[in-house]
Every structure is written in C-alpha cells, then in structure tokens.
Design a protein. Structure first.
Length: 330
C-alpha cells in the first residue's frame, strides 16, 4: 500500500524453519542494510514461522517486541518452504516484496541492488548466483535439474537463481491467483512474465543451523518443478508406444519370414503367439499414451491457473463524447 504520506512501501518476506541461531543476526543485518531506504520508503518485515521445532518463535517474538515494522505469522505446522513463502505473499501489502532465505545465504545488502533495478522499471528482479558455497553434490544436482527443466518444461527459469528476488505488487497480485498445491514459485514467477532481470551476487554459506532441504525434500521439489510445468513424462509414454509398435512390426516381419522360408525351425503355434504378443504390447502402450494425453490436459485444467495476465491497459485520452463509455477493467 502506498502510505498516506505518498511513500512507496517495501516488504521483506522471510520463511523460517528452525532458524533460532540466525533470526537475531538476520534482523540486525536487514535493519542495518535498510537504514538508507527508510528516508524514501516505508519498510516492513514479515517472518513466517513454518512450524519450527526449535525456539525460533520466541526469537521472532522478541524481534517483533523491539520493532513495530515486524509481522510474525506462525503456521500451524511445517508446510514447507514454498507454502511458507506463499503465506507471506498472501499476507503482504507492499509495492515491492523481497523474498529471502533466513539463513543469511542470501546477503541482505544485495536487496538494495534489487530495489535499484525495480526503480528502473523492472517488475521482477531475481538475484543470480555468481558463485555458491554449497557441496559439489548440490551444485551438480542443481545444474543438472535446471538443464533438464529448461529442456522439457514450458518455462524459462534463469539459471542459478533461487527464490531470492524482488517482485512488484502487480506480480504478487497475479501470483495470488495461482492456487495449486504443489508449488514451484520460481517457475510461477517466470511464467507470469512482466519485465524481469537479474542481479549477480556471491551466495554465502548458511550462517547457523542445518539445511531444511534434505535430499528427500529436494527431490520432491524437483518433481514439483518438472510435473508442474510439463507433461513431458506423459508424452514419453506415447513415444515409447510408437517405438515399441515399430519394433513389434519388425518382429512380426521376422516371425512371418521364419514361418514362410524356414518352417522347419518354427514350433507349431509359435508365430501366432509371438505376433499376438508384439502386436498387443505395441497397441497397449500406444493407447496408454492416448490416455496420457487426456490426463495431461485434465491436469493442466485442474491446476486452474489464470489463462493470461494483463500487463497494462491504456486508453486514449477521453473526450467529452466518450466520457460515458466504460473503460476496460481487466
Ligand atoms: N524453510 C522453510 N520450511 C521448510 C524448510 C526450509 O520455511 O520446511 C526455510 C528456511 O528457514 C530458509 C529457507 O526456507 O529460510 C531455505 O531453506 P534452507 O536454507 O534450509 O535450504 P538450502 O539453502 O539448504 O537449500
Ligand atoms: Mg539455505
């Protein structure tokens, strides 16, 4: 909300899961970093506790006691990072929202650069890692995943980005219309469009505590990315069906040739059974592919995503004559 005094508002959204060792330092750092902003903007902070099992909530309350710009939202249990961020985006009311991890892997000072780009007119400014202090395994799996996603999915996610980004109110409003359960926010933001750009930064190591993304969660997250934006796995069935049908056809030719030219080597009944098996196998998988095509469409429909996003509407200057005409409101 642009406040009464006409100043623009910026809100930071922090998902928190077992970050007791980071919260105090994080808040001190963002307070410090945003000091120069306070002259021009109204800055606020939303912390979403995602069912932490340590004393994160107590730390958050202490932070809120000392700073009236802080809002703490406590989810009833652990819903996962993407849901926690979603809860923050649903609650926020600001002209620009900055989403950041709470373990100080995303350096708070970089948010100033995001804001600069926003001021230049970009509606999505993602922070792009120039380098990252993660294990070789994580680096490798992440780059393999994004390579694959770009290959199969209908979205173009910039490489080396996480959820650390600034999004304009327009994009937040649009994101709120995406109510699918299995959420892959960075994909949704990419697919929404508007003017997007990146800012390079060096990603630090987690300050304290442990990752909330063990391998199992990471795999599920990767599946959300691929399944949420692509029906390629379903299409794969059709392709396999065609391939197997083709091979079956070759098999049938072979069986027929044996039957005709070398009948003494063929066991009675063999040709009939073999031809039937190949033929049915090919047909079955092809038909599964047909089902897959419909399932894919049904899936896309049940995701219930908005069909399109209007970026801006401009009408010509009104004259006295057409003043009564309704203007177009999307
Ligand atoms: N997080 C969350 N809920 C979860 C797991 C993580 O809100 O179930 C938060 C966590 O507190 C952090 C951010 O999501 O602010 C990223 O998590 P983490 O740093 O553990 O992931 P990594 O950087 O290891 O991929
Ligand atoms: Mg982290």
């Amino acid at each position: 909300m642009t406040t009464d005094n006409g100043r623009r508002t910026i809100a930071y959204v922090f998902p928190i899961y077992n970050e007791a060792g980071n919260i105090d330092l994080l808040h001190r750092m963002v307070t410090e970093v945003t000091k120069p902003l306070v002259e021009r903007y109204d800055v606020s902070f939303i912390y979403i506790d995602d069912g932490s099992k340590d004393d994160s909530v107590a730390h958050l309350h202490a932070v809120a006691d000392a700073d009236d710009r802080v809002t703490v939202i406590e989810l009833a249990r652990n819903f996962g990072h993407q849901m926690a961020v979603t809860a923050g985006l649903d609650a926020v009311d600001a002209d620009a929202v900055i989403i950041m991890d709470s373990d100080l892997q995303d350096p708070p000072r970089v948010s100033l650069e995001l804001i600069e780009k926003w001021e230049q007119g970009y509606e999505v400014v993602y922070a792009q890692r120039r380098s990252r202090q993660d294990s070789a395994f994580k680096k490798f799996t992440a780059s393999a995943f994004y390579w694959f996603l770009r290959k199969v999915a209908s979205i173009d996610i910039p490489p080396n980005t996480g959820d650390f980004r600034l999004i304009d109110r327009k994009v937040v409003d649009e994101l709120r219309r995406f109510r699918e359960r299995d959420r892959f926010l960075r994909g949704l933001v990419s697919s929404i469009g508007f003017r997007q750009t990146g800012v390079l930064f060096d990603r630090d190591e987690r300050h304290a505590g442990q990752t909330g993304y063990p391998l199992s969660k990471m795999l599920r997250f990767a599946a959300d990315g691929i399944l949420g934006f692509s029906v390629a796995p379903l299409k794969l069935i059709s392709r396999m069906g065609y391939l197997i049908s083709f091979l079956s056809f070759l098999g049938i030719l072979y069986v027929a040739a044996v039957k005709l030219f070398a009948p003494e080597t063929a066991v009675p009944g063999w040709a009939f059974i073999t031809v039937g098996m190949f033929f049915l196998g090919g047909i079955q998988i092809s038909m599964l592919g047909v089902l897959g095509s419909y399932v894919g469409r049904t899936y896309a429909q049940t995701q219930g995503r908005p069909l399109y996003t209007v970026g801006a509407v401009r009408t010509g200057l009104r004259t006295r004559d057409d003043a009564s005409r309704e203007s177009y409101v999307p």
